[in-house]
Design a protein around this ligand. Structure first.
Ligand SMILES: NC(=O)c1ccc[n+]([C@@H]2O[C@H](COP(=O)([O-])OP(=O)(O)OC[C@H]3O[C@@H](n4cnc5c(N)ncnc54)[C@H](OP(=O)(O)O)[C@@H]3O)[C@@H](O)[C@H]2O)c1
Length: 337
C-alpha cells in the first residue's frame, strides 16, 4: 500500500536515495530541503521511479517554515504516514578554529532541524495515534571524533531527545513509532560542500557505503519500525566499544581519525560551502567515492546487537570464572623428596 512520506534533506545524499526508493514503491513523497533545483532533480527521479512528488523548499532550522511545509503536505497528499529526518550540515574543523556562529548553525540544522521535523510530525500523528518518525542518525551519535565536534554533538543531542520522546509516547500508550537508524560512512556530496577548516580534502572514514544500500535499511524501518537500527559492522563496534572502553577509543582516534578523514589530494581552488545557503549545481545522491563504496551493507535491530554483546561478555566471564575455580580445586602435585 502506498504511503505519504515526508523526507527532509531530500535534495541530495541519503535523503534523496530514500526518496527515490519510496518512489519505486509508489509512495507520495514530500521533499524538503533548501535548493529548489536540487529538489526538482530529486522530484523528477521520484516520479520516474513511479511515485508522486511534492517539492517544498524550506530551511529546517526555521520551525515555523517546517510546520507550514507539514500543512502543505497534508493539504496535497492527506495524512502523513512517515516522516524521515535526514537534513544536515557540518563543519570539518578542529574545535579551536570553529566560530560560535558555525557551532550554532550546525546545531540549528543538524539537531534542531530534526527536532522541528519530529515536532511537526508528532503534532499530526499523535492526534491520529498512528505514524512513524525516523531519525537518520550515525555511529557518531555514540562517539565523538576529531574534526567533527559540532556534528557529533548534534547527533548525540538528537539521540537524547529521541529517548525522551520515546518514553513519553510509551507513557501515553501511543501507537506512534519512533526509530533512529544509526548509519556508517556513506558516499554522499557532504564531503564536497560542507564547510572545512582542515588542510586536506574531507572524506568519509572507510569503509563507506552507497546511499542506496543505507536507504534500504531506512525503508525496512518504515515497514517494521524498531526502536533503533544499527547499520554496518562499524556502528555496533563504535557504539558498544565506546561504552566499554572510551579511553581506548580516545587513544585509537587520536592516532587515526584526522588522517582517515582527509584525502591524499589537495582541495579544489574554490570549494563550495553549504552551511548557510545551498551549494549550486551539486545536488545528487552519490558523492565522489563510488570506486570504494560498497553497494550492500548489513543492518539489524540495535537490541539484538546489545543482547549479543551481553551474551558474549557473560559467556566470557562465566568461562573465565569456571576456569579459575577448576584450577583452584584441582589437586596440587605433591613434592617428593
Ligand atoms: N554521509 C555520511 O557519511 C553519513 C554518515 C552517517 C550519518 N549520515 C547522516 O545521513 C543524513 C544525510 O547525510 P548526507 O551525507 O546525505 O548529507 P548531504 O549529502 O550533505 O545532504 C544533506 C541534505 O540536507 C539538506 N540540507 C542542508 N541544510 C539544510 C537546511 N538548513 N534545511 C533543509 N535541508 C537542508 C541538503 O540540501 P540543500 O542544500 O538543498 O538544503 C541535502 O539535501 C544526515 O542525517 C547525516 O547525519 C551521513
Amino acid at each position: 500500500m502506498s504511503r505519504t512520506v515526508v523526507i527532509t534533506g531530500a535534495s541530495a545524499g541519503v535523503g534523496r536515495a530514500v526518496a527515490v526508493a519510496c518512489g519505486r514503491r509508489g509512495d507520495r513523497v514530500a521533499l524538503i530541503a533548501r535548493s529548489r533545483p536540487g529538489l526538482d532533480g530529486a522530484a523528477a527521479e521520484v516520479t520516474a521511479a513511479g511515485g508522486e512528488a511534492l517539492v517544498l523548499p524550506c530551511d529546517v532550522a526555521d520551525a515555523d517554515a517546517v510546520e507550514r511545509a507539514a500543512n502543505r503536505v497534508e493539504a496535497a497528499f492527506g495524512s502523513i504516514d512517515v516522516w524521515v529526518n535526514a537534513a544536515m550540515v557540518t563543519v570539518f574543523s578542529p574545535v579551536e578554529r570553529l566560530t560560535a556562529a558555525e557551532l550554532r548553525r550546525v546545531t540549528d540544522v543538524t539537531y534542531l532541524g530534526n527536532v522541528h521535523g519530529t515536532l511537526a510530525a508528532l503534532a499530526r500523528m499523535r492526534r491520529r495515534d498512528r505514524g512513524t518518525i525516523i531519525q537518520v542518525g550515525s555511529a557518531l551519535a555514540y562517539r565523538g571524533i576529531p574534526l567533527q565536534a559540532p556534528y557529533c554533538g548534534a547527533k548525540h543531542a538528537l539521540r537524547g531527545f529521541q529517548d525522551s520522546v520515546q518514553a513519553e509516547l510509551r507513557q501515553e500508550g501511543s501507537r506512534v513509532r519512533l526509530c533512529m537508524v544509526q548509519i556508517p560512512a556513506v558516499n554522499t556530496p557532504q564531503f564536497d560542500w560542507a564547510r572545512s577548516h582542515v588542510d586536506g580534502r574531507p572524506r568519509p572514514v572507510a569503509p563507506a557505503y552507497q546511499p542506496e544500500a543505507v536507504a534500504a535499511h531506512i525503508l525496512a524501518a518504515m515497514d517494521r519500525p524498531r526502536r533503533e537500527v544499527w547499520v554496518g559492522a562499524m556502528t555496533p563496534l563504535v557504539a558498544i566499544g565506546s561504552f566499554l572502553a572510551p579511553a581506548f577509543a580516545d587513544w585509537y582516534l587520536a592516532r587515526t581519525a584526522v588522517s582517515d578523514q582527509t584525502a591524499d589530494e589537495p582541495p579544489p581552488p574554490v570549494r563550495p560551502d553549504n552551511l548557510y545557503t545551498p551549494a549550486a549545481g551539486l545536488h545528487r545522491t552519490r558523492g565522489r567515492f563510488d570506486a570504494e563504496s560498497a553497494g550492500r551493507v548489513v543492518g539489524a535491530d540495535a537490541g539484538l546487537w546489545r543482547w549479543g554483546a551481553f551474551a558474549l561478555l557473560a559467556g566470557t566471564v562465566t568461562a573465565a570464572t569456571a576456569g579459575l575455580v577448576a584450577r583452584r580445586s584441582a589437586p596440587r602435585p605433591r613434592l617428593t623428596s
